[in-house]
Design a protein around this ligand. Structure first.
Ligand code: BES
Ligand code: ZN
Length: 853
């Protein structure tokens, strides 16, 4: 295995040289593609005698300094060039083979089109360069290619020239006036359908908007375009931020490692986050498109105009931009439902990461492979940290902070500390202790005890915080935790609602003039990414479900009630007692089903009981089989107790045509089918009569909870209908991956040979193999180890093909400490096999070696 060295934040040094201007010329010609880079290099450290450039898998055919051939050497993958010139022009010509690039980093081909992906460190696969985000240059790009095959030649900025070259070839030149780091460079060449529109900014500038999609898909680009226009308008109204170029382009490609990329003026998107029509995309897909289009657009200010000094600061742009896209979604749709989705990501995935071998702070201290740090911690916990500042400063204070941040840092590459300093200076709120959220990893536990003194009419909460040690960090300090709480009287009146700052290891909150013991709604709206430990009684939770002012708090209470019931039955199973469900739970659910005033999407969230993965995350070690049995028992008991209400609600919703109604209808259907096969006919009818993908897929997913003939026949009908639509076939692959059953792996292995599957396309890999490992825990964790074997075989294949994707789908395998000894043994063995691979990628090495440490 190649030499692997971690890089440390503490070792950051400003570069010895910088590049202020680069003129790129691409001659696109398949395996003989040639790139000429002419860089204006300037020495910034007067004592520097060697220019050191990054490069990976490059063939240099020419290198000139000020037009003269110059000596250079290749040292550990970098290019060293001795010179003591204070400034000079460096010309480097490299030869590339984009067709052979299956890792999808640098310049590669997606279905016959050339495209690039440079974040984080992909530009160095195009030419030798100072490939670090604190080197900001102005780019001009000339692209030359065959005209018939590649009518569109795109890059960042504005189009400044174009022409025919005879011999069937043509060229286009682009100029981007805004200095940018290399990771924001992009090039696309291909033949597309083009959807055009325009947006007039609030200061009256007209911006051309273009969405490029594969031929024949124009009708599926409208929602993305609409989302883009909404994003532009929203960033003006909420953040006072305007777009800055004359053109904004989005290109959708089928081969893409991530969701989408914010390259300046030329976003490259995974087709999954662009293409949609009612027949082929679910309501969730529509929502995903709106949020990803928004996210990449919002990066234009938070990421591009102000960028990161180094990659340890990734959360500076990603945490902040996720916060912004979450706010956008909340302003466009249901704030409560969006918040619930964000909370679920933290509780299911981020808490898991924080308690596993890859635990890291939102600003990590050390990194082996940067691609491994595009994580739920950096992104989603990062967004929670921004949200906490928003809670502490208020919208006005926060917006003042943003304004100060842009005034100070527009055009610069900065750090997370710079951001916090702007927030602090503009608002006057002291964030010195709060800064620890950036450097400390792990999930704080917030334990709260209550006491009521009837004589003194005083209610007291004792709040203590403790962050367990993580593999990367043994010492933990107390954090500044905003604790939003409401006190509710027995008649449902709200007695108080306020945000408190918890800063000590232990502190007390005393509330006087309490005529009776109130019910506390704690950590409202999930005001901090912590594990709340409070011993709620069933009555208290039911009280909160009924009276909490916040819809999110109602949902939290219901989820806590269900989780408690499941864990209670796990204990019963352990003690070999029979399981039991408190009738008050059934009544509570019945009450909600009968409450016509309750928001439907919210009720759907309540009825989607905590998943097995969510429950696994709530404890240190888990008996998976007992947990699954207890969860199933609870759902069946509740569903059968509410059968009439579920059927009635389902019927009433069947004719309604809005996303909330569909979500609730599918939640009811799922419960009914889990309870009894007798309801299969409902799913069958829904599938047959569906006029949209949400309904079709909802019926299939409800049926997919167990094996049946109907399930098989509808799945094969679905396959025939959608054989030519890869994004829909991905849903079909995921249904197969998520079907329970002991021998899933045989079927899945066969599916890897199906024409709908391919190891070289990340969407296909994620839909089948990624979904199996992450979303079908019972099959993945089969005691015979077959699930682990299946994932391991795929990872071994992907290790050389696409290391980034391999390292992403391995996540469930490195969380082995949660499981019983037998499973741990099998999981470790699989990891050891991977670690022993002769050509192991850095990506996998980092995760596997940490897991086994
Ligand atoms: N900058 C990233 C895309 C990226 C990440 C490219 C890592 C290369 C390596 C982009 O802004 C992003 O964060 N995309 C997310 C979607 C977003 C809505 C959170 C993604 O691709 O998953
Ligand atoms: Zn992003």
């Amino acid at each position: 295995m190649a030499q692997v060295k971690a890089k440390y934040l503490k070792d950051y040094r400003a570069p010895d040289h910088t590049i202020t201007q680069v003129d790129l010329s691409f001659v696109l010609d398949g395996a003989n593609t040639q790139v000429t880079a002419v860089s204006q290099v300037r020495r910034v450290n007067d004592t520097a005698k060697t220019l050191v450039l990054d490069g990976e898998s490059l063939t240099v055919s020419q290198l000139l300094v000020n037009g003269q051939a110059h000596e250079y050497r290749e040292v550990e993958g970098q290019l060293h060039l001795d010179t003591d010139l204070a400034s000079f022009e460096l010309t480097i010509v490299t030869q590339l083979d984009p067709q052979a690039n299956l890792a999808l980093e640098g310049l590669y081909m997606s279905d016959g089109a050339y495209c690039t992906q440079c974040e984080a460190e992909g530009f160095r696969r195009i030419t030798y360069f100072l490939d670090r985000p604190d080197v900001l240059a102005v780019y001009s790009v000339r692209i030359e290619a065959d005209k018939a095959a590649f009518p569109y030649l795109l890059s960042n900025g504005n189009r400044v020239d174009s022409g025919d070259l005879g011999n069937g070839r043509h060229f286009v030149c682009w100029q981007d006036p805004f200095p940018k780091p290399a990771y924001l460079f992009a090039l696309v060449a291909g033949d597309f359908d083009l959807l055009s529109d325009s947006f007039t900014t609030k200061s009256g500038r007209e911006v051309a908007l273009q969405v490029f999609v594969d031929k024949g898909n124009l009708h599926k680009a409208h929602h993305a375009m609409l989302s883009l226009k909404k994003s532009m308008a929203w960033d003006e109204s909420r953040f006072d931020l305007e777009y800055d170029l004359d053109i904004y382009m989005i290109v959708a490609v089928d081969f893409f490692n991530m969701g989408a990329m914010e390259n300046k003026g030329l976003n490259v998107f995974n087709t999954k986050y662009v293409l949609a029509d009612k027949d082929s995309a679910t309501d969730e897909d529509y929502h995903g498109i709106e949020s990803v289009v928004g996210h990449e657009y919002f990066h234009n200010w938070t990421g591009n105009r102000v960028t990161c000094r180094d990659w340890f600061q990734l959360s500076l742009k990603e945490g902040l931009t996720v916060f912004r896209d979450q706010e956008f979604s909340s302003d466009m749709g249901s704030r409560a439902v969006n918040r619930i989705h964000a909370i679920k990501v933290i509780k299911n995935q981020q808490f898991a990461e924080d308690s596993g071998p890859m635990a890291h702070a939102i600003r990590p201290d050390s990194v082996i492979e940067m691609n491994n740090f595009y994580t739920v911690t950096v992104y989603n916990k990062g967004a929670e940290v921004i949200r906490m500042m928003h809670t502490l400063l208020g919208e006005q204070g926060f917006q003042a902070g943003m304004k100060c941040y842009f005034e100070r840092h527009d055009g610069q590459a900065v750090t997370c500390d710079d951001f916090v300093a702007a927030m602090e200076d503009a608002s006057g709120v002291d964030l010195s202790q709060f800064r620890r959220w950036y450097s400390q990893s792990g999930t704080p536990e917030l334990t709260i005890l209550e006491a009521y003194d009837a004589d003194k009419q005083a209610y007291r909460l004792t709040v203590s915080q403790h962050t367990p040690a993580t593999p990367d960090q043994s010492e933990k300090l107390p954090l500044h935790i905003p604790l939003d709480l409401e006190l509710i009287a027995s008649d449902g009146r709200s007695l108080l609602s306020q945000v408190f700052s918890v800063t000590e290891t232990e502190q007390e909150l005393v509330f006087s003039e309490m005529a009776e013991r109130p019910v506390p709604s704690l950590l409202q709206n999930f005001s901090a990414p912590v594990r709340l430990k409070f011993d709620y009684s069933v009555e208290q939770l039911i009280h909160l479900m009924r009276y909490a002012s916040s819809e999110v708090a109602k949902w939290e209470a219901s989820a806590a009630l269900f989780s408690q019931a499941v864990w209670g039955n796990v204990e019963h199973l352990k003690a070999q007692q029979s399981m039991y469900v408190d009738p008050r739970l059934v009544d509570a659910v019945k009450g909600l089903l009968l409450d016509e005033a309750l928001d439907k999407a919210l009720l759907a969230e309540v009825l989607n009981f905590p998943s097995l993965n969510t429950l696994v995350e709530q404890v240190g070690q888990v008996d998976l089989d007992a947990l699954a049995a207890a969860r199933e028992f609870l759902i069946e008991e509740i569903a059968s107790g509410c059968e009439d209400e579920l059927v009635a609600r389902y019927r009433e919703l069947a004719s309604q045509d809005d996303a909330g109604a569909r979500a609730l209808k599918n939640a009811c259907l799922t419960l009914l089918l889990q309870m009894s096969d007798a309801h299969q006919v409902l799913a069958q009818r829904q599938y047959e009569q569906a006029n949209n993908m949400t309904d079709s897929l909802g019926a299939l997913a409800a049926l997919n909870q167990e094996a049946s003939q109907l399930r098989d026949s509808l799945l094969s009908d679905f396959q025939q209908k959608w054989a030519d639509t890869p994004l829909v076939m991905d849903k079909w692959l995921t249904l197969h991956a998520c079907c329970p059953g002991e021998d899933r792996v045989t079927a899945l292995r066969e599916l890897t040979l199906h024409s709908a599957f391919s190891f070289s396309n990340p969407n296909r890999v994620r839909s089948l193999i990624g979904a199996f490992a992450a979303a079908n825990p019972l099959s993945f964790h089969q005691p015979d180890g077959s699930g682990y074997r299946f994932l391991t075989e795929a990872i071994i294949k992907l290790n050389t093909l696409n290391p980034q994707v391999a390292a992403r789908i391995i996540t469930p395998l490195i969380q082995f400490k949660k499981f019983d000894e037998q499973r741990q043994k099998l999981m470790r063995a699989a990891l050891e096999e991977i670690l022993a691979l002769p050509d192991l990628s850095k990506d996998l090495y980092e995760k596997v070696s940490k897991a086994l440490a």
